[in-house]
Design a protein around this ligand. Structure first.
Ligand code: SIN
Length: 283
């Protein structure tokens, strides 16, 4: 049986997120439904597809309705049975033994790539009883709400993105020598990028990876980046996703920041499948 157009798509906030019900992504999806889901993704930036119970191979097939798979920089978290799918888990530790919460702290994924992933998908496998939400910030809204003088100031600036900014408060796992070779040392991306599908502008920030702004003294650049982040973090730009069993959530890295919350009982397992989709060079 093919998934049909009988699905419903309902907004989750006035600016970000839509809930999709009535689709079974383990079944083939026809072109009309595929176009509708892609259109909803461009419009709402976060799609929450409810009630999916997918194997890694089924997640891999489903996400290709939206684009091509982007290879992960750190292969350490690959699933052996399906290496293009990675996992997010609260059961891993840094080499010094402290717990590693992947995705804590606002960021956009892999912005140190020349063409960063347009989207990231998580599928819940095991969730804590409460907490562990994923927070999103709508960077279109944050940009549009800036004073005109600030928009004028940042339009045309380019930020320097590296694997791990020396100013980041969150530490990433160190890449193996082999994985590090595949990652550029630094790339420049516009601080204000234009969404390739909607034409809307967004602030393109990443506190974990941005190390400076091209041609700007370091102290001035850090102040500006902090000011933009403080502005963007205001609750009115946020959509906070409370996970439910069966959720498959896909978000748009071109116009959102996101972060994981490690605010739950760590004796409970939080485990999700994760995969990203290729994007364009930001302009
Ligand atoms: C991520 O940043 O990819 C993980 C987000 C989450 O676990 O909520």
């Amino acid at each position: 049986m093919t998934a049909t157009l009988d699905c419903t798509i309902t907004r989750l906030s006035d600016h970000t997120g839509a809930e999709v019900r009535g689709v079974d992504l383990s079944r083939p999806v026809d072109d009309t439904l595929r176009a509708r889901l892609n259109q909803a993704f461009s419009q709402h930036s976060v799609l929450v597809v409810r009630d999916q119970h997918l194997s890694p191979q089924q997640v891999l097939a489903a996400v290709q309705l939206f684009g091509e798979v982007f290879p992960q920089q750190d292969k350490k978290f690959s699933l052996p049975e399906c290496p293009l799918i990675h996992y997010v888990s609260n059961q891993d530790s840094y080499p010094d033994g402290t717990r590693y919460i992947p995705g804590a702290g606002y960021h956009t994924d892999h912005s140190n790539a020349v063409a960063p992933p347009k989207a990231t998908v998580l599928h819940a496998v095991k969730l804590p009883d409460r907490g562990g939400d994923t927070q999103y910030v709508n960077m279109h809204r944050a940009y549009e709400d800036l004073p005109e003088a600030m928009r004028h100031r940042i339009d045309g600036l380019r930020a320097i993105h590296v694997y791990q900014s020396r100013y980041s408060t969150r530490k990433l796992m160190t890449l193996s020598e082999e994985n590090r070779k595949a990652v550029p040392d630094a790339v420049l991306h516009p601080l204000v990028r234009t969404h390739p599908e909607t034409g809307r502008k967004a602030i393109y920030l990443n506190p974990i990876r941005i190390e400076g702004i091209e041609g700007m003294p370091e102290a001035e650049a850090l102040l500006l980046l902090d000011e933009l982040l403080e502005h963007a973090r205001q609750p009115r730009f946020e959509y906070r996703h409370q996970w439910r069993p069966g959720d498959l959530v896909m978000w748009d890295n071109r116009c959102l920041l996101h972060k994981a919350n490690g605010d739950y009982d760590m004796t409970q397992v939080r485990y999700l499948y994760r995969i990203m989709l290729k994007g364009d060079v930001p302009v």
